[in-house]
Ligand binder design. Structure first.
Ligand code: ZN
Length: 294
């Protein structure tokens, strides 16, 4: 039962890119004490100061999750799935928000995955293993598949990473024959082109979305919260698997977004997580797009 005295509006927000309607979908929030060493190459004091400057509690870490659904002439495309029904309390709201926007899971024609972390793939299945998007084709970055589905890499991985290898087998094992893999620079669906964005994970892909004269890019996890990591582009996050490559990728994509004045959508920016990038003296600033009715 939703308590109308305290409930928020449903977490979706529509905008257009050419003939496509793009819908940002909120999958919830987690907040915890910020772990020591969250930014391994800056002091906890500096990082606390950056959080305070961004209007956030100095010692907490709040992570938000925002996927995209895109209505195209070829059907509804979902980019990333959120955590699903097995995540921490306060997450897994994607399907409720999708329904609030008028779309049922069975209406999704294609699911595109940016990378294989649980907050991006967990929603492909219900907790009991039932597939959620039963009518959808599944498109994934080929380099991401090659890494996480390689048993030798799993054997060689540390304990922390082993859990994610296991998750990939649980999620993709039952549907392995339905998965189609795409390469960087490939237009894998009309208007959807994969962009190299590795570093955070070995095969992460951003997605360039173009229709008529409209263009945008879903930039996945090139930053965690851009209020921290676009402002401090040389800072690593503890989630980044290859810190040096993460930073190279981040700067390349943010430079491009700034130069082209192109709309971007982040997965971990404040909802609805979409806007523009400008360069500053020391880094980049994320400018939220105007919230308009059309
Ligand atoms: Zn993520």
């Amino acid at each position: 039962m939703v308590d109308s005295a305290t409930a928020q509006a449903p977490g979706f927000h529509r905008f257009t890119v050419g003939a496509f309607e793009v819908i940002a979908l909120h999958d919830g929030v987690i907040t915890r004490d910020r772990p020591a060493g969250f930014v391994p190459n800056a002091s906890d004091e500096e990082v606390g100061e950056a959080f305070a400057t961004a209007g956030m509690p100095r010692d907490k870490l709040t992570i938000t999750f925002t996927a995209l659904a895109i209505k195209t002439p070829g059907g509804v495309v979902l980019i990333d799935t959120g955590l699903g029904d097995g995540g921490p309390p306060g997450t897994g709201t994607l399907t409720a928000n999708l329904a609030a926007a008028g779309i049922q899971p069975g209406d999704v024609k294609t699911v595109v995955i940016s990378h294989f972390h649980g907050d991006h793939i967990g929603g492909l299945q219900l907790k009991d293993g039932t597939p959620r998007f039963v009518n959808a084709d599944l498109l994934v970055p080929e380099k991401e598949w090659a890494f996480w589905m390689d048993d030798a890499k799993m054997e060689a991985a540390g304990e922390a990473a082993k859990g994610n290898f296991g998750l990939c087998r649980k999620i993709f094992g039952p549907v392995a024959d339905k998965v189609r893999k795409f390469a960087w620079d490939e237009e894998f669906l009309p208007g959807f082109t994969a962009v190299r964005a590795n570093g955070h994970t070995p095969g992460m892909s951003a997605i360039r979305i173009a229709s008529d004269d409209g263009v945008m890019m879903f930039v996945a996890d090139i930053t965690n919260n851009p209020l921290i990591f676009a402002r401090h582009p040389d800072w690593q996050a503890m989630f980044d698997m290859d810190p040096a490559e993460t930073i190279t990728t981040r700067k390349r994509i943010l430079d491009q977004a700034a130069a082209e004045k192109m709309r971007v959508s982040f997965f971990h920016a404040p909802f609805p997580a979409t806007g523009f990038i400008v360069k500053t003296g020391t880094g980049y600033e994320f400018l939220p797009a105007l919230w308009t009715a059309s």
